[in-house]
Design a protein around this ligand. Structure first.
Ligand code: FAD
Ligand code: NAP
Length: 395
């Protein structure tokens, strides 16, 4: 093989994707949140093969599997053994058990699944709450009722409430969505950890309609991925979430909860490479005593100058909630001064509420600093976006 061919082969071999994942070994998996926390946030590291490279801001995809008990429950409710043969999405023959474990989403119930279930040939004769009630959860006119039914429920609830519609295991490929990979922000720099991608995982657990539920992938990482376990993963690049090319540019990072993950990666990178720009981190979570993720590392970084400023917002340590955006507002003048010095502004974490509130606080800081109107602040922010100085990774 020529040198060029050899190089091409190496690049291709390391191009793992969701359909051609790398079987990574879990090298670290420990609880980040402290004893007594209401939350379970874990630090999980995945081994990488030589040639698998990432840049801070990227994420790692994990192809999850449902837990054995959940699969067994569905099989029992449907009256199948799991040994039945089915064709997967690529028409490859697999066992029904494998289909339920690794291909079909039997976790949180989608409205579309209820609609498809009601269309099965066997649906008209369902038992339990009966076909009329099932039909009342389908169609655009029943959207609200279907959404309400789906909230906090899983596929097992549907087949328990309306049993008997599935006559043939293959039918489920028309009912259930594909089980998709979950992405996790990489919380490390390869300059410090050449062989691993580290992550901060919030394990999703809740109770719905009398059953204890858990997130498919975070539950797997929390309960069934001890050190030494292997999991199918792939690296996922995000060119829109990057440290500035100018190593002297200041950086402001807002990352409550697991939103802090990529910023640990950013800070490790800047530290390892001796990048001179100032770094300001806003972190928030429920309680300082139990939920200050990476407290020791961030405190050390503050002492050694890697972090210029660290502002924390522990929402439940006092009667009134305090969030990261409140800390931004308290420091609005300095925040604006950083922006005027060319600071890049990053946000990571919850998309539904937090990111919007942080943007409002940012706009207010700009308006106050520039003695300007809201319109002027919006223009300023648009300018920052154009210069890639306002970047978000929200989910
Ligand atoms: C780019 C990107 C980066 C991400 N980075 C991280 C990260 O660094 N760390 C991290 O932990 N996550 C991260 N996530 C989220 C992660 O990908 C998963 O979505 C998350 O772990 C949940 O997946 P799951 O399979 O465990 O849960 P699922 O099985 O998908 O279940 C989650 C669903 O459960 C339902 N649910 C949750 N709580 C309740 C409740 N109380 N009542 C009723 N229903 C409820 C909701 O419908 C929710 O969507 C990221 C996502 C993206 C897109
Ligand atoms: N879809 C949603 O509604 C939703 C909401 C939150 C998180 N999530 C997801 O849950 C996963 C885990 O999150 P996590 O446990 O790491 O952190 P998190 O639930 O986002 O909580 C981190 C901190 O953010 C605070 N917070 C809550 N609402 C906020 C808001 N509007 N503005 C600013 N801060 C706010 C929380 O305070 P309090 O909890 O005390 O209010 C907590 O102190 C992530 O995948 C995240 O996207 C989803």
């Amino acid at each position: 093989m020529s040198e060029v061919q050899e190089q091409t082969a190496t690049v291709e071999e390391t191009k793992y994707t969701r359909n051609n994942p790398y079987f990574s070994t879990v090298t670290t998996n420990y609880l980040l949140s402290g004893k007594g926390s209401d939350k379970e946030t874990r630090h999980v590291a995945f081994s990488l093969e030589e040639g698998m490279t990432y840049t801070p801001g990227d994420s790692i995809g994990v192809n999850p599997e449902h837990r054995a008990e959940a699969v067994a429950e569905v099989l029992a409710a449907l009256g199948f053994t799991g040994d039945e043969r089915v064709l997967d999405h690529y028409k490859v023959e697999i066992s029904f058990e494998e289909a339920l474990r690794a291909r079909l989403a039997i976790g949180k119930l989608a409205r579309g699944s209820v609609g498809q279930y009601a269309k099965l040939p066997g649906a008209a004769s369902v038992g339990g709450r009966g076909f009329a009630e099932l039909k009342g959860l389908t169609g655009p006119e029943n959207k609200a009722a279907a959404e309400e039914y789906c909230w906090g429920r899983e596929f097992i609830d549907l087949i328990t409430d309306f049993p008997g519609a599935v006559k043939n295991p293959q039918e489920l490929f028309n009912v259930l969505p594909r089980l998709t990979p979950r992405l996790y922000s990489i919380a490390s720099s390869q300059a410090l950890h050449p062989d691993t991608a580290e992550t901060s995982i919030a394990v999703v657990r809740y109770e719905g309609h009398g059953r204890k539920r858990q997130g498919v992938c975070s539950g797997e990482l929390g309960e069934r991925a001890p050190v030494g376990a292997t999991l199918p993963v792939f690296l996922h690049s995000n060119q829109n979430f990057r440290l500035p090319e100018d190593i002297s540019a200041p950086v402001i990072m807002v990352g409550p909860g697991t939103g802090v993950a990529p910023f640990r990666g950013f800070l490790e990178e800047r530290q390892a490479k001796g990048e001179s720009g100032d770094n300001w981190l806003f972190f928030g979570d429920q309680h300082r005593a139990t939920d200050f993720l990476y407290e020791e590392q961030f405190t050390t970084m503050l002492k050694d100058g890697t972090l210029t400023r660290l502002d924390t917002a522990f929402s439940r340590d006092q009667a009134q909630k305090i969030y990261v955006q409140d800390r931004m507002r308290e420091n609005a003048a300095e925040l604006y001064a950083w922006l005027e010095c060319g600071a890049y502004f990053y946000v990571c974490g919850d998309a539904t509420q937090m990111a919007k509130s942080v943007e409002l606080a940012l706009l207010d800081a700009i308006a106050a600093g520039a003695n300007g109107t809201p319109e002027r602040a919006a223009e300023y922010l648009a300018g920052m976006k154009k210069q890639k100085r306002y970047q978000r990774d929200i989910y």
